[in-house]
Design a protein around this ligand. Sequence first.
Ligand code: 1PW
Length: 215
Amino acid sequence: SVASEDQKFCLREVLDTFKLCLSENKEVYLQHYVAGWRGLVKFLNSLGSVFGFISKDAVNKIQILVNHLNGENGSQYVTIQLMVKYELENELVDLTKRGSHPESGCRTLLRLHRALRWLELFLERLRTSTEDSKTSVMCSEAYNESLAPHHPWVVRKAAGMAFCVLPGRPAFFEVMNVGPPEQVVAMLGEALPLISEVYQITEELYTQHNLLDLP
Ligand code: 1PW
């Protein structure tokens, strides 16, 4: 049906959204960043219910950013560069410990930004994997190199359990809904540089403003 087609994840969609993220002068549009994440959440949900706890937090974070975008100061949230400037200048960010701004755009986006690194590392492993590679191993290696150091023990434990029941490589490629494996690999080769560029630009912005450890 049309409705279920609509729910179906397609890697191509996500690729297109991340393409739209970058402005001419390499600013990142929050609206498209958030839309890209919506696509990734669809993907996670199509992997099975064990990923529910993972996608739930991502959905919460996406919603917080959407609320900023649709709020009365929405024009300050058009790009993440603007958002950072606006929130810092107006002291809307808890910089050293959690306080009166638990839902700042800066700290919320930072969580998605770290998760994007996970995705990048994981997809890069998928791209270069062979038929007998294990998705659970690729996923947990990527996790350990990116998000794990930022997560408490109990989340690391739960994530590890979710990875163990990931579908194998063939099923995984099918869920991506792109076509035969060669086409998935080609698509990943196209998508990764874009995701990587968005990640790098955000990383540099956060480094410049010393925001990489926001509580
Ligand atoms: C297979 C492809 C994976 C794509 C990336 C998926 C998103 C990863 C989200 C992990 C969430 C685990 C559970 C939530 C943990 C939160 O405590 C944590 N959030 C995130 C996104 O890391 C930190 O947010 P908090 O508690 O400081 O508000």
